[in-house]
Design a protein around this ligand. Structure first.
Ligand code: ATP
Ligand code: MG
Length: 392
C-alpha cells in the first residue's frame, strides 16, 4: 500500500486517524461543555489516569479542540517540561489571552488581563508579557507569591470573566504526576475553591498522568479523593481495537481480511500505541487490498521492532543489573498484573522485602514501575513484562 497515504500514527501524542473506544469520556465532556455554555456552571475537575501510550495526551488534545472553535479560554501545560508549573501555565495562558482579545470585547476582559499581568510578572519577572492590548497590572489578587492563593485567585477571575462572556475556561495539565507536591496541593486548592460557591465557576480543569496520580494528589491534600472525577484511561476493548485498525483503512477503501485482522488484534491486545504501530507497518508492507495474513506477518515483525526500540529497550537500558533482576522476577510472577513486593522479594530469594527496596525505589523514580497500592508493584508500560521475559 502507498506509504505516503499511510493513515496510522504510532508515537507520542500523535493524533490517531480515529480516536477509537473513547466515546464515553468524550460524550461526558460534551455534557460538561454544554452545561458551561448554557448555565455558566462548571464541573468537578477531571483526572485521566493510565499507563504510558494508552492515549491520555491525544484525549487532552481532543478535549481542547472541542472547545477551541467556540471561543473558550484554553491553556494546556505539561508539568515538569518547562520548569515550574506556574511558568508553563503563564506561557499557555498568555497565548490564550492574546487570542481572547481578538475574539471578545476588550473592556470585558480588562480585569482578567490586569490580574493576569500581575500574576505573570510575579511568576516570571524577566518575561515581558505582551497581551495584545495595553493594561496595567492589578496587584493583590494572584501575585502574592503563594502558589495556592495565586492559582486560586487566577482561576476565580478566569471563571468570573468567562461567565460574563458566556464561555468556559479549560485548563489541561498533562504529565501531572511530574508536578511537585506543592504544585499538586496548589492545583487541589484552586480546583476546590472553584466549586465552593452555590454556582461553581465555569473553569474546567483536566489533569492527566500515570496511574499513580490519584494517590499523589491525595497525598498532597486529603480531600483530593473526592475533589476530582477520576477517569481511568485503559486499553481498548475488542470493538475499539477493531475500529482503530479497520476504520482508517476503510476511509481509503482498503479492507482487512478477517484472519489478518484477528492476528493483528491478538498481538496488539488493545494497546493503542501498538495498534498504531501495527497498522502503520502492516500497511507499508501490504501488497494489495484487502490486507491479508502474509502482510500482517511481515508487518507485525516490523511493528514489534518499532515498539521494542521506541518504548521498551530504552527503559530496560536505564536499569542497573540489580534493577533488571527485580524486573525479571516481577515479569515472571505477575506479568501485566500488579504484584506484591514481598512475593517478588521471595521469588528473588531475599528474606526481607526491604532487601529490594532500593531497586524498587529507583525503578519508580525512573518511571519504569509504580505502586498502584501500598505493597504492590506494576509496570508503567503495557507489554513491558513480555519484553523483559524476552531479554537474554
Ligand atoms: N483511542 C485511540 N485510538 C487509536 N489510537 C490511539 C488512541 N489513543 C491513542 N492512540 C495512539 O496511541 C499512541 C499513544 O498516544 P498518547 O501519546 O496520547 O498516549 P499517552 O497515554 O499520552 O502516553 P504517555 O503516558 O507516554 O504520555 C499514539 O500513537 C496515538 O495515536
Ligand atoms: Mg502523553
Amino acid at each position: 500500500m502507498d506509504p505516503v497515504a499511510n493513515p496510522y500514527r504510532p508515537g507520542a501524542g500523535r493524533r490517531p486517524p480515529l480516536l477509537a473506544g473513547r466515546e464515553d469520556v468524550l460524550s461526558a465532556f460534551d455534557v460538561v461543555r454544554r452545561r458551561v455554555e448554557t448555565t455558566g456552571e462548571g464541573d468537578r475537575g477531571w483526572v485521566l489516569n493510565g499507563l504510558r501510550g494508552v492515549g491520555k495526551t491525544v484525549l487532552l488534545n481532543e478535549l481542547m479542540s472541542r472547545v477551541n472553535s467556540t471561543g473558550w479560554i484554553v491553556a494546556k501545560v505539561e508539568a515538569g517540561a518547562a520548569g515550574p508549573l506556574l511558568v508553563g501555565l503563564n506561557q499557555a495562558l498568555t497565548r490564550s489571552m492574546r487570542t481572547a482579545t481578538g475574539r471578545h470585547p476588550v473592556p470585558r476582559l480588562r480585569r482578567l488581563l490586569s490580574v493576569f499581568k500581575a500574576f505573570s510578572l510575579k511568576v516570571d519577572p524577566s518575561g515581558a508579557v505582551s497581551l495584545g492590548v495595553d493594561v496595567d497590572p492589578l496587584h493583590g489578587v494572584a501575585d502574592s507569591g503563594n502558589l495556592s492563593a495565586d492559582l486560586a485567585g487566577l482561576f476565580e477571575v478566569l471563571g468570573q470573566t468567562a461567565r460574563d462572556l458566556a464561555i468556559g475556561v479549560l485548563i489541561l495539565v498533562d504529565e501531572l504526576q511530574e508536578a511537585s507536591s506543592d504544585e499538586m496541593a496548589a492545583v487541589n486548592v484552586a480546583v476546590h475553591e472553584l466549586g465552593q460557591s452555590g454556582s461553581p465557576l465555569p473553569v474546567v480543569f483536566v489533569g492527566a498522568g500515570l496511574p499513580s496520580l490519584p494517590a499523589q494528589l491525595a497525598d498532597a491534600t486529603s480531600y483530593a479523593e473526592r475533589l476530582y472525577d477520576y477517569r481511568p484511561v485503559g486499553l481498548l476493548d475488542e470493538a475499539g481495537s477493531r475500529d482503530a485498525l479497520v476504520v482508517p483503512a476503510r476511509d481509503f477503501a482498503v479492507g482487512w481480511e478477517p484472519g489478518a485482522l484477528s492476528a493483528a488484534l491478538e498481538t496488539a491486545r488493545g494497546y493503542p500505541y501498538f495498534l498504531q504501530a501495527i497498522g502503520k507497518h502492516v500497511w507499508d508492507n501490504a501488497k494489495h487490498d484487502p490486507i491479508d495474513a502474509d502482510d500482517v506477518e511481515v508487518g507485525l515483525l516490523a511493528a514489534r521492532e518499532e515498539v521494542d526500540d521506541g518504548l521498551y529497550r530504552s527503559r530496560w537500558e536505564r536499569a542497573t543489573p540489580a534493577q533488571r533482576d527485580l524486573m525479571r522476577a516481577f515479569a515472571r510472577l505477575g506479568g501485566e498484573a500488579p504484584t506484591s513486593v514481598s512475593d517478588i522479594a521471595r521469588a528473588m530469594g531475599k528474606s526481607r522485602t526491604s532487601d529490594i527496596s532500593v531497586a524498587r525505589n529507583e525503578l519508580i523514580k525512573k518511571g519504569l514501575v509504580f505502586a498502584p497500592e501500598r505493597g504492590l508493584l506494576a509496570f508503567t508500560v503495557p507489554g513491558m513484562h513480555d519484553f523483559v521475559e524476552r531479554q537474554p
